[in-house]
Structures are given as C-alpha cells and as structure tokens.
Design a protein around this ligand. Structure first.
Ligand SMILES: *Cc1c(COP(=O)(O)O)cnc(C)c1O
Length: 414
C-alpha cells in the first residue's frame, strides 16, 4: 500500500480501467448470472452498511429476510409458508453445504451412538449431473458421494437412486435445473423414495428455482413438481443472483419447517457473546443485508407476473436459437426444458471417439472466444457446446453468434 492515499479522481480513473476489463455481459452465453434489476442495485446501495449476522442492530433488514423466505416458500408451493424456515446465503454452494451439514447431523440423531461401519463413510446420493459444489461438500464434510445414473435426457433414474441407499446414507439430492442441461429430475419419484426410506431430500434449484415456477406451459412441455408440494422434499436452494435478477451474492436456503432438521440446529448453534443475538446457527457470520434488501426489492417489484415475463423472454430466445441452429443444419442435443441449450458440434466420425469429440468441441469453444469474443462453455457429460440464454441476451446476439459458429464449423470440414 502507498504511504499516502491517492485522490478520489485518480482512484476512480483507475477503477474505470479495471471495470473496462470486466465483462458487461454483452457477449456472455456461459454465465448463469446476469445484469441485476435496477431496483435491486438501488436497494443494495441503500443497505450497504447492513449486517444480518448481527440481527439486533438491523431489525429492518431482518424483517425483509423473513419476508423473502415467505415469498420464496410461496414460489415453492409451500402448503404453509409461515412455517418455512430459512435464510439468505451467498449462493447455491453455501446453501448446498448447509443443507448437507444438517443431513449429516440429523443422521446421528436417528442412529445415536452408531459410528458408520468401520471403513465405510457416511454417504450422500446425488445425480451424476450434480453441480461441482457437491465435490467440495464431500471433501468438507468427509462423506462419500454416490452418483446415481441418468437417462438419455440427463435426468436421474429413480431406481438407480433407490438401489444406492444403504444404512450409511444421510440423504438424497434432486436437481431442478441442472447446471449443464437445465433438466429437472423426476422429483415426485424421488420424494416417494425419500418418504419410504425416511431420508431427507434436498432440491438444488439454484438455477431452476426462479425458472420452473414461472414457465408458461405453452412454451414448455414440462409440468414439473419439484418443491414443497411434495411430501418428501425437506429443503430447497434457489439463487436470486441467477434468474432471480438480484445482486451478487444472493442465495436462499429454505427448509420445509424446523422439524426436518431434528436437533441439528442445536448442534450447529453457537453462543455469540459479542453480538445482539445470543446464538448464531448460520454457516457464515457477517452476512450482507444489502443482498437481502436487493432480493426483497426485486421480488416485490416484479411479482409473479414480472418473473413470468422474464422467463417468457428467455424461452422466446430459446425458440429463436433453435430456428437459427436449424438454418445451419444443427439442433440441440435434447429439446431444451428451460433456457439452457447444448449443441454437439463435432462431426459424425468422432461419435466413437469421445475424447476427440471433447477436444474438437473445446477447440471451437476457444475459437469463438478468441476470434469473435463470444463466451460459451462446453459440457463434460457429453461433448457439446452449452449456451445459457439469460435476460441480457438479444435475438440479434444469437443470430450473430450462430453465424460466427457456422464460419468456424465450415472451416473445420475443409
Ligand atoms: C450455480 C449452481 C450452483 C452453485 O451456485 P453458486 O451461487 O455459484 O454458489 C449449485 N447448483 C446448481 C444447480 C447451480 O446451477
């Protein structure tokens, strides 16, 4: 650090050049985040000093947090949104960590004194398509991930999930809006399995939580139940900082009610002698009240209708994307359920050489970035390009991107 500070003018000139090196989302098809709604940004600024880790000092923000949880419970078809229990987090990763931590604690309530079979760890059953945050969770909590098989549309196979359950299983994970494909697992069947085996079922709806509930049935062939209207679902994570149009970082973790945690809450509860509250039972300490205010603001301002419009706009982009693809002789790997499209771009001859197909896909991905500035990602499950059609994208962007993609593909076949 300099001995003497620099002037505000100098400082902001510097910040301006850093900011110019960041994206403005103009050519970004790879991110699940987007430009936040202006009311969210305004509320974020208004509550920049708020810390809900010390709730007694920020009673107003805490009231908003309670209200956000209630609204989220409503989106998730909770039969009694007042009994829903949860809080805001930094996003899907933190929400998932905390949900699984509670599963682990709950497990020991049900098997008191029982240490898992010597040599075998506690385990969590996740679909093969689960987000990489579960790898972190396994490492952090010392549990084993058992990966259930997926079908040809990349949704988990319930029979595979059930066959993996053993006496060391702490819970099940279902996904509503998978990171690579946007697919929703058959949660109704997972719910039945969870009830039958008395296991908690956490739904990772980090992306899909602000999409599936607002889909217009005419634009999608999905009539998906994935939340608290199913008896087996015990918790859900959904991210306002993705399709919720709030600021970064904003995540929501929500439990059906207090009872699904059993005594786990007491186990992670710590005394907080220096704060205005006596106990804290969230994973993190200081938490941004500005994110609570931003999320409250955008949910109140948009309402259900606003989010329906947002999703309809993105699904319209999906239609346009498919039309443009068709013009150049391509189609999505699977009919997109929501606003994520995957497209195989390697040639037929690579069909039997998966590694080569991944390599070719990766090459095209990096060419799109280096030559044209398009940020696109590639999938790991299958060799394909992946496009997330977020609200910052326009139809013109899509047409331009596909024409650049065609140029690259034409070159490859020469
Ligand atoms: C984005 C995502 C996450 C992780 O969320 P972060 O906000 O990046 O921590 C977890 N699960 C799914 C399905 C996601 O799409």
């Amino acid at each position: 650090m300099n001995e003497k500070g620099i002037s505000e003018k100098e400082l902001f000139a510097e910040l301006g050049s850093f900011s110019n090196a960041d994206t403005n989302f103009k050519k970004v098809f790879s991110s699940m985040c987007t430009i936040p709604h202006p009311v969210a940004v305004k509320a974020q600024q208004q509550f920049s000093l708020s810390n809900i880790g010390d709730p007694g000092l920020f009673r107003g923000t805490c009231e908003m947090e309670t209200e956000v949880i209630k609204m989220a419970a409503g989106i998730l078809n909770h039969p009694d949104s007042k009994s829903a229990f949860g809080h805001l987090t930094s996003g899907g990763t933190e929400s998932n960590i905390e949900a699984v931590l509670h599963m682990k604690n709950r497990f020991s309530d049900f098997s008191p004194g029982s240490s898992p079979d010597s040599g075998s760890k506690l385990n969590l059953i996740v679909p093969k398509t689960a987000h990489f945050s579960f790898e972190k969770i396994a490492n952090l909590l010392g549990i084993e991930l058992k990966k259930a098989d997926i079908d040809s549309s990349f949704r988990v196979i319930p029979e595979s999930v059930e066959s993996l359950i053993d006496k060391n299983t702490i819970g099940l994970i279902g996904i509503a809006g998978s990171t690579e494909f946007g697919e929703c697992d058959p949660i109704e069947q997972l719910s039945e399995i969870a009830v039958k085996h008395n296991l908690p079922l956490h739904i990772d709806a980090a992306f899909g939580g602000f999409v599936y509930p607002f889909l217009n049935q005419s634009q999608s062939n999905y009539n998906t139940k994935f939340a608290f209207d199913l008896p087996g679902v015990t918790s859900v994570s959904l991210d306002p900082h993705k399709m919720g149009l709030s600021v970064i970082p904003s995540g929501i973790l929500i439990f059906k009610d207090n009872s699904v945690l059993s005594s786990s809450l007491d186990k992670i509860k710590v005394k907080t002698p220096y704060l205005t509250s006596r106990y804290q039972s969230t994973l993190t300490g200081t938490r941004p009240g500005s994110s609570v205010a931003a999320t409250y603001a955008v949910m109140k301002h948009l309402g259900v209708e606003g989010y329906q419009k947002n999703v309809a706009y993105c699904m319209d982009l999906v239609d346009h994307f498919q039309k443009e693809l068709k013009k150049i002789g391509l189609k999505p790997c699977i009919p997109p359920a929501i606003n994520i499209i995957t497209v195989a771009v390697s040639s037929e001859s690579d069909k039997f050489d998966k590694a080569a197909a991944h390599e070719k896909t990766e090459k095209i991905r990096s060419q799109l970035l280096e030559k044209y500035g398009w940020n696109v990602s590639a999938t790991k499950t299958i060799p394909a390009l992946r496009f997330v059609l977020m609200p910052h994208i326009t139809k013109e962007d899509i047409s331009e991107l596909i024409s650049d993609l065609k140029k690259e593909l034409d070159k490859k076949t020469v």
